[in-house]
Write a protein that binds this ligand. Structure first.
Ligand code: ATP
Ligand code: MG
Length: 180
């Protein structure tokens, strides 16, 4: 399994549709300060289900929507889609290529899809956590986050391990059931 491509439109500094193609192996993103490198990583985290505005370096979720520049008006929605090569079947779904997408409207609504079919955020989280590609930070270690891993409380450390082991999904399910 590897990431094939990422398309962003109206997400943070990417007003126009922009696609990044990835080859198997290591990808490096280079560019001047403020050019949007970290925004690419934020887009990856966001489309995979990140719900923490702070993790996305904003104050509220709406901050991911292109806010406008002197020459360009703000946009009404942010959209990100991520295509994953699944020829090895690492994702528990009968497709050799899987595209997950997420859209947030300034009015507040959200849309999620797997291969074009609308779904819930939960469906995306479960699809990915089965493969070890979860939303927790053992996947994406951002600038300054290494410290958080090294100095994590025992509870947080347990969370990382549970996510990696695929247990977290069952705990989330249990919590939902208990709430009902
Ligand atoms: P550095 O090398 O300093 O880490 P970077 O390449 O990682 O820089 P980013 O943090 O990805 O840069 O991008 C920051 C830019 O994104 C800023 O110019 C900021 O104004 C812009 N930006 C962030 N959110 C939005 C938004 N919602 N709308 C428009 N622009 C945004
Ligand atoms: Mg950066």
């Amino acid at each position: 399994m590897h990431l094939k491509s990422l398309t962003v439109r109206g997400f943070k500094s990417f007003a126009s549709a922009t696609t990044f193609n990835f080859e198997p192996g290591v990808t490096a993103v280079v560019g001047p300060n403020g050019s949007g490198k970290s925004n690419v990583v934020d887009a990856l985290a966001w489309v995979m289900g990140e719900q923490g505005a702070k993790t996305l370096r904003g104050g509220k979720m709406e901050d991911v929507i292109f806010a406008g520049t002197s020459g360009r008006p703000p946009l009404g929605r942010a959209h990100v889609s991520l295509t994953i090569d699944n020829t090895d079947g690492a994702l528990p779904i009968e497709y050799s290529e899987v595209t997950i997408s997420r859209t947030l409207f300034r009015s507040g609504g959200s849309e999620y899809a797997i291969n074009g079919a609308g779904c819930r955020l939960l469906d995306i989280q479960e699809l990915l956590s089965d493969s070890g590609l979860g939303r927790e930070m053992h996947v994406i270690v951002g600038q300054g986050q290494l410290d958080r891993v090294l100095h994590a409380t025992p509870e947080d450390r347990r969370g990382f391990i549970e996510e990696a082991a695929g247990i977290l999904k069952h705990r989330r399910r249990k919590e939902r059931t208990v709430r009902k």
